[in-house]
Design a protein around this ligand. Structure first.
Ligand code: Z5A
Length: 205
């Protein structure tokens, strides 16, 4: 069997990634296509443990460098243990967030520098990249009203509107630079958004 395909979803908190991933996996199930759904940080036993540390509201003392290295540690594990072998086996792998999140959140919004983050991303993945990345773009205000409707926030979500604005600007800059990243208007209805995403996947899945 030939190489599979690696698809990632990105955007600010509450942009609708989980919703769109559900649409896509339903579509793949209907077509009988072998696929694997993962999330970052997480997706492995070690990665899920790292996720708990990263999102725990009690960890108020975590310095930005610790945060960055924990995200990269979880990533090194999931790429080597799960993503790369699955894609090489011919599977379609869908991941809720990947290294563009680190570029946008830690590189841009936390101001840790895009070059440092890009180098760490490369180190953690060994150069392995998604075939296509969907950036669901919505304003922090719209995302906030969706999140309020949903309830409690985690450690990173608690950082506020200004932080989300910086994350969004980071993502938009990344999308300008990389043809791999497809920007999708996340304010459309869930159904229209799903249709727009599928139209970019023709020939890939
Ligand atoms: N993070 C980082 O800083 N660096 C990194 O390298 C990585 C991650 C990998 C992970 O949290 C956190 O880690 C995240 C970034 C940081 N920051 N935070 N917080 P997570 O994975 O638990 O959470 P998330 O990624 O932010 O996802 P989310 O908050 O669950 O949101 P979502 O998946 O994008 O959205 P959703 O659940 O599909 O939709 C949100 C709500 O809006 C929901 O009620 C939907 O029914 C509704 N919705 C969805 N689509 C629509 C449309 N089209 N119209 C109207 N309403 C909609």
């Amino acid at each position: 069997m030939g190489r599979g395909c690696f698809i990632t979803f990105e955007g600010i908190d509450g942009c609708g990634k989980s919703t769109q991933i559900r649409f896509l996996t339903d579509y793949l199930k209907e077509k009988g296509r072998d696929h694997l759904l993962l999330r970052e940080p997480g997706g492995t036993v070690i990665g899920e443990n790292i996720r708990n540390i990263l999102l725990d509201k009690k960890n108020t003392g975590m310095i930005p460098m610790t945060e960055l290295l924990l995200f990269e540690a979880a990533r090194a594990q999931i790429v080597s243990e799960v993503i790369k072998p699955a894609v090489e086996e011919g599977k379609i792998v869908i991941c809720d967030r990947f290294f563009d999140s680190t570029s946008a959140y830690q590189g841009y919004a936390r101001n840790m520098g895009s070059e440092v983050v890009e180098n760490l991303n490369r180190l953690a993945t060994g150069g392995f990249e998604p075939d296509i990345t969907f950036l669901l773009d919505i304003s922090p205000e719209e995302a906030f009203s969706r999140r309020v409707a949903r309830g409690e926030e985690d450690r990173i979500e608690k950082l506020g509107m200004e932080f989300q604005e910086k994350v969004r600007a980071g993502y938009l800059e990344l999308a300008e630079k990389s043809p791999r990243i497809v920007k999708i208007d996340g304010t459309m209805s869930p159904e229209d958004t799903a249709e727009a995403i599928l139209s970019h996947l023709e020939g890939l899945i």
